[in-house]
Design a protein around this ligand. Structure first.
Ligand code: GLY
Length: 373
């Protein structure tokens, strides 16, 4: 017990930071009454692995930036969004924001959502074109409107009206080159019927993965970042260019509350990267938070939804020869005590920053092997 803590601090409280039960010795009494004392939360930030890879020519990764802002007392949502802004703007990351892999017509369409635990508010945008940091537009929806989700041209009009710069094209040389390669493979003569075209598109993407031209995590590349401060305030954000070469207008899980992100300020946060359709079918982030509400540790809550996804994946085109899913899906989870976990269908990495600095850690996988083996 801290020497600085005075008796008047031993108040029965249900502070957001949580409580611990302590029995202590008081003069004249063998055992003092049990008291509830505030348990300080150690601030922590978790994210997908790209949150500790890209720096956009600066000196901090996303989790590092978010953690340093949180520990300086900045709002937790401002902090995690400032973190993911680094990845959104970095042209080397082709899964998020500027330079994200475009849709089937070569247009970069971005999705993002954010949730503020203490304020119990959320905002999101989907299929947004021309704004390199969609997470800031999602935050603007949270702060300035009565709505949770604005999509398509409406989202761009909204962003313009709120003063965001609309760029003509968010492709980088790399994202355009990759799209052209995909287009060349699926549609050399422009005469494929729609069924063959879809099949060819899927096959071309798998070939590009096998040839190492494309990273599996960037097919559905995304960043999710969640943080908690010493007061136990929890916020989260998810931002993405979505599925590479998607049908224009396709929304994945990232902008959908309960799928790509869910935060309950009293319980915890969960967010996702990977195959959005598998997540949407099961609303996994919401389920994870509900599991934690019932007392599950973040890792066990995450394992529960991975099992559910596996059980609900029955279409042959989504299965490997061994009957397991042929895609990756990952969850980044934080509870109100600051306990955290990264879990995934197949082994991968996640990022975390605490008082020991930014780290890249192994996720807990449900299955052995890889999505494509
Ligand atoms: N999880 C990102 C997406 O599927 O769009």
């Amino acid at each position: 017990m801290s020497k600085k803590m005075k008796r008047r601090d031993f108040m029965i409280t249900s502070a957001a930071a949580g409580v611990t039960i302590a029995a202590t010795r008081v003069k004249g009494s063998p055992v003092a009454p049990t008291m509830l004392i505030p348990a300080a939360v150690q601030p922590v930030v978790v994210s997908s692995a790209n949150g500790n890879r890209f720096k956009n020519r600066g000196n901090m990764t996303a989790v590092h930036k978010a953690f340093s802002m949180i520990t300086k007392g900045e709002d937790v949502l401002d902090s995690v969004i400032a973190g993911v802004n680094i990845v959104e703007l970095d042209p080397l990351d082709d899964s998020v924001g500027y330079g994200g892999l475009p849709n089937a017509e070569g247009v970069v369409q971005l999705d993002s959502s954010c949730m503020h635990g203490p304020k119990k508010r959320a905002g999101a945008v989907g299929a947004l074109e021309g704004v390199s940091r969609p997470s800031l537009v999602a935050q603007s929806v949270l702060e300035n409107t009565d709505h949770h989700l604005i999509v398509g041209k409406g989202a761009q009009d909204y962003a313009r009206s709120m003063g965001f710069k609309i760029e003509d094209d968010l492709n980088t040389e790399n994202s355009r080159r990759q799209w052209l390669e995909w287009k060349r493979r699926i549609d050399p003569q422009h005469y494929l019927d729609p069924a063959k075209r879809a099949e060819a598109g899927h096959r071309a993407a798998l070939e590009m993965l096998a040839e190492g031209l494309l990273r599996e995590e960037n097919m559905h590349g995304t960043i999710n970042c969640d943080g908690i401060n010493s007061k136990g305030e929890i916020c989260g954000v998810t931002t993405t260019s979505g599925l590479a070469w998607k049908i224009p207008g396709r929304l994945g899980d990232s902008p959908i509350l309960g799928a790509g992100l869910y935060v309950d300020g009293n319980v915890g946060a969960a967010g996702s990267t990977g195959r959005g359709e598998a997540n949407l079918y099961n609303l996994c982030s919401f389920v994870i938070v509900e599991e934690m509400r019932r007392g599950a540790h973040p890792k066990d809550a995450g394992m529960e939804v991975l099992k559910r996804i596996k059980a609900n994946t029955i279409e042959k085109r989504l299965l490997k020869a061994d009957g397991n899913p042929n895609f990756g899906i990952n969850f980044y989870i934080l509870n109100a005590k600051g306990e955290h976990a990264g879990v995934s269908m197949y082994a991968t990495k996640y990022a975390m920053c605490n008082e020991n600095g930014p780290q890249t850690l192994d996720t807990e996988p449900l299955l052995p092997g890889k999505p494509g083996d």
